[in-house]
Design a protein around this ligand. Structure first.
Ligand code: SF4
Ligand code: SF4
Length: 372
């Protein structure tokens, strides 16, 4: 009998590190929504480290419901040879000093002593202009220059058209983008541009907090991104040792030819099924922007579509909070509708969505400062 060759967990270049092709996200939306058991979540990190996963993203500890969980994670991380990524949410930061405070708070919350990647989270065309003027970018660069962090990365959320000029500035060592099977055709342009600059990419949201698995197998959901050209690592929020085991097995045994092709076909079918549930067939091209009121209607409508597609408004609501989308209102001036090639009433839909997310956040109670 021919024994099938078992591959090791692949590692790929990202910044100045070789990182595992599966990364582990801690304190992501599943955790923030409370869908975890502490002992199981800590066991999941232990299993990941033991399995060779060496890229760990620390997520959003400021919103974490369980501080003891963070400390338990930190104790494991301090004894491991891993690349640690800390997010600094540029959608909320207003100065370089705030960036330093956010970095320190995250390190203290986990009790960790080193940061391999400082990730500027949520960069889009508007945020980019803002962080260049408010000192956040300069401070990030300084933190790297002084060795407080080893690498600077960026989580990018806008059209690929705006990515090239940002990367031309030569500040970043790697980028991160949302890339589930649902987003594959739309976001793979950013992947290619990062590759043109010889930058690795960590992709997030492959499982859409597990929701994508109603239409796609775990193997197809992972393989659709795992083998996409330019991907350094697929970041997954896995909350039990069993979930880690399954993901590692898939990464070790899947085949770039057969499994990637099958995953892409399955992804198209799943995308069609999910898209039928959207209220608005908006492709988030953002031709209707900017809004004079600063209301990000396309993004809010996109989150609303996701809430409907995945029947999980709590995740969209948390993302709405993380991206600081709650502070602006639509005044129904109609300017965006007149610029949209399909004349969508995006402001009205986004207003309805914003109301839903605000009421959802009260239920989740994620903004309660006692949870920080
Ligand atoms: S509403 Fe229209 S213009 Fe605006 S993002 Fe959607 S499709 Fe594009
Ligand atoms: S209708 Fe609303 S979202 Fe659209 S441009 Fe006017 S204020 Fe902005």
């Amino acid at each position: 009998m021919i024994q099938k060759e078992k591959k090791i967990l692949v590692s790929r270049q990202y910044g100045n590190k070789q990182i595992s092709a599966i990364g582990l996200g801690l304190c992501g939306l599943r955790t923030l929504a409370g869908h975890f058991k502490k002992d199981e979540a800590v066991a999941a990190l232990g299993k990941a480290l033991e399995s060779g996963i060496n890229y760990i993203d620390l997520g959003f500890p400021e919103l974490c419901p369980d501080k003891a969980l963070l400390k338990a994670y930190g104790a494991l991380l301090n004894n491991a040879d891993v690349s640690i990524c800390v997010k600094a949410n540029v959608l909320k930061l207003t100065s370089g000093e705030e960036l330093t405070v956010q970095l320190r708070s995250c390190m203290e919350a986990y009790g960790i002593t080193k940061v391999t990647f400082l990730q500027l989270y949520g960069v889009n065309r508007t945020a980019w202009n803002r962080i260049r003027g408010n000192g956040v970018l300069q401070k990030a660069d300084e933190l790297k220059e002084t060795g407080a962090v080893e690498n600077l990365s960026m989580h990018y959320t806008d059209d690929r058209f705006y990515l090239k000029p940002i990367l031309q500035e030569g500040i970043f060592d790697g980028i991160s983008i949302e890339l589930s099977a649902i987003e594959l055709p739309r976001n793979s342009g950013s992947l290619k541009i990062a590759g043109d600059f010889h930058l690795g990419t960590v992709v997030t949201g492959a499982l859409k907090n597990g929701c994508i698995l109603s239409e796609l197998s775990l193997k197809d959901a992972i393989c659709a991104e795992f083998f996409a050209p330019g991907v350094s690592s697929v970041l997954l929020e896995l909350l039990t040792a069993e979930e880690v085991q399954k993901a590692v097995e898939i990464s070790e045994t899947s085949d770039r030819g057969k499994d990637y092709v099958r995953a892409q076909l399955a992804a198209k079918k799943a995308r069609d099924a999910f898209y039928k549930k959207r209220e608005i067939q908006c492709e988030v091209c953002r031709c209707c922007m900017p809004c004079p009121e600063g209301f990000n209607a396309p993004r809010i409508a996109e989150l609303y579509n996701e809430a409907l597609m995945f029947d999980a408004p709590e995740y969209s609501a948390l993302q709405f909070e993380i991206e600081n989308l709650a502070g602006k209102e639509c005044v129904h001036c109609g300017k965006c509708q007149s610029k949209c090639p399909r004349e969508f009433e995006i402001g009205t839909i986004a207003t309805k969505a914003a109301e839903l997310f605000r009421s959802q956040l009260k239920e989740v109670n994620c903004c309660d400062p006692r949870r920080v």
